[in-house]
Design a protein around this ligand. Structure first.
Ligand code: KIV
Length: 263
């Protein structure tokens, strides 16, 4: 299994770090046997698996349930990060640490949380308690209503400065890596060059230290079609084809034949 030292050494050796999201046991078993470095139980579970419009609908119970299932499927073969859901780290230190504890007990090795301003003490406390923290800057979907929609962040000079400062501050607070979501490639490059901890991009171009994608987007199983998403498989049509072949064989009494029946 990879760990946070792998993240650091990969950056030092200029080796790309690969991550995917995962939400359930069956896919986790596949990822366990794959070449991927690490897995994130993203709060995108709320949109991808539960059909909500925003990740703000993810709850701690939801994240714990998915983390437990993924941890079982990975069977300690991959480093597992779990997202702290919306507002679970904005109420009080006690409340936040209970959320961290629940995710770690469910099988996560690290947690991810969005933004840095107002989270400084908390991040330091979590890191100081022995739990690796991954940051998340740029398009932070838990702030979707404040950001005014899903759009590229950091096009303006002032926001670019702010994002660079936030990234530096996450590094200083002890984060082991930072997800950069939907920012211009040149800004992601500057941040990645400036930091000593690795950056993991999604919609942030090719100059970050690693990449993450939502598993269902990569497999062609989702309806999300942002510019940065590349479908590596036509999952939806493959699934439809299998379901329709099954339906047709049942109707024609081809399946199940003797080979699939008990005497
Ligand atoms: O929830 C999620 O899937 C994420 C990734 C997109 C980074 O945070």
């Amino acid at each position: 299994m990879q760990n946070i030292h792998h993240f650091q050494s990969a950056k030092l050796d200029s080796r790309k770090i690969t991550l995917l999201t995962c939400y359930d046991y069956s896919f986790a078993r596949i990822l366990a046997d794959s070449a991927i470095d690490a897995v994130l139980v993203g709060d995108s579970a709320a949109t991808v698996v539960h059909g909500y419009e925003y990740t703000t609908h993810a709850t701690l119970d939801m994240m714990v349930m998915h983390t437990r299932a993924v941890a079982k499927g990975l069977n300690q073969k991959k480093f597992l990060i779990a997202d702290m859901p919306f507002l679970s780290y904005r109420k009080s230190l006690d409340h936040s640490l209970n959320a961290v504890e629940a995710l770690i007990q469910a099988g996560a090795h690290a947690i991810k949380l969005e933004g840095v301003r107002g989270n400084e003490d908390l991040i330091q406390h979590i890191v100081g308690s022995g739990v690796p923290v991954m940051g998340h800057l740029g398009l932070t979907p838990q702030h979707i209503h404040a950001l005014g929609g899903f759009k590229i962040q950091g096009r303006e000079k002032i926001l670019q400065k702010q994002l660079l400062a936030d990234a530096k501050s996450l590094e200083a607070l002890g984060a082991f890596s930072i997800v950069l979501e939907c920012i211009p490639a040149s800004l992601a490059q500057t941040i990645s060059k400036t930091l000593t901890i690795p950056t993991i991009g999604i919609g942030a171009g090719q100059h970050t230290d690693g990449q993450i994608l939502v598993l269902h987007d990569l497999l062609g199983l989702s309806t999300f079609n942002a510019k940065f998403v590349k479908e590596f498989m036509e999952g939806k049509s493959l699934c439809l084809d299998a379901v329709n072949r099954y339906t047709s064989e049942v109707i024609q009494n081809i399946y199940p034949n003797e080979a699939f029946s008990y005497e």
